[in-house]
Design a protein around this ligand. Structure first.
Ligand code: PRP
Ligand code: URA
Length: 209
């Protein structure tokens, strides 16, 4: 069964509080999302395999560790997922980036896929699907099904804020997918916005609305 990990490092919590605040403007919102994505990337890369190598320090020869070169793919869900890409690439610069374009129909709340472009070798990569919001879970669920249909074997999901409803859907549909959140919130309102949440992540990131 996929596990849910809440990455509640104090720095993440502090920055998330400012992200949630409705008085935080677009520029600061964008910078904070970028920073939290970087901090979350630090946490979720703990399991990366290492290889041993030999180097010479100015004092002596020694064995040391370097990353074993595991192939990673970041898959932002458009649009809001884009806000987390650069922060993650700061720590994982060699990752390839694929895009899944989905929007949630405001009437039906069902996700509608409008774009997909992925690295050709997704079956060999560990994919990290990224989106600030996991609300009903419909968008992430669709994105993960889409990736699996195209051969993806190893997938993790990373969001800033999740609702229990979204977490349950992903656990049910994708028990092989671990979920990483900066916060697990209370629930959803009548428009399926996360409560307390942070509002519309895409609009706040890109200054639309
Ligand atoms: C938001 C968000 C997620 C989705 C979450 O995207 O970024 O992709 O809603 O809701 P769900 O879990 O109920 O599917 P939105 O559809 O607003 O599109 P945008 O990123 O283009 O703003
Ligand atoms: N999408 C958002 O951007 N925010 C929510 O709270 C739910 C879906």
């Amino acid at each position: 069964m996929g596990n849910v990990h809440v990455l509640d490092h104090p720095l993440i919590q502090h920055k998330l509080t400012h992200i949630r605040d409705k008085n935080t403007g677009t520029k600061e919102f964008r910078e904070l999302v970028d920073e939290v994505a970087m901090l979350m990337a630090f946490e979720i890369t703990r399991n990366l395999p290492l290889a041993e190598t030999k180097i010479e320090t100015p004092v002596m020869e020694t064995k040391a560790h370097v990353l074993a070169g595991k192939k990673i793919g970041l898959i932002p869900i458009l649009r809001a997922g884009l806000g987390m890409v650069d922060g993650m690439l700061k720590l994982i610069p060699a990752a390839r980036v694929g895009h899944v374009g989905l929007y949630r129909d405001p009437e039906t709340l069902q996700p509608v896929e409008y774009y997909i472009k992925l690295p050709s070798d997704i079956s060999e990569r560990e994919l990290i699907v990224i989106d600030p919001m996991l609300a009903t879970g419909g968008s992430a669920n669709d994105a993960i099904h889409s990736l699996k249909k195209r051969g993806a074997k190893q997938i993790r999901l990373m969001c800033l804020v999740g609702a229990p409803e979204g977490v349950e859907l992903i656990k049910k549909e994708h028990p092989d997918v671990d979920i990483y959140l900066a916060a697990l919130d209370d629930g959803l309102d009548e428009h399926a916005y996360i409560t307390p949440g942070l509002g519309d992540a895409g609009d706040r990131l890109f200054g639309t609305k």
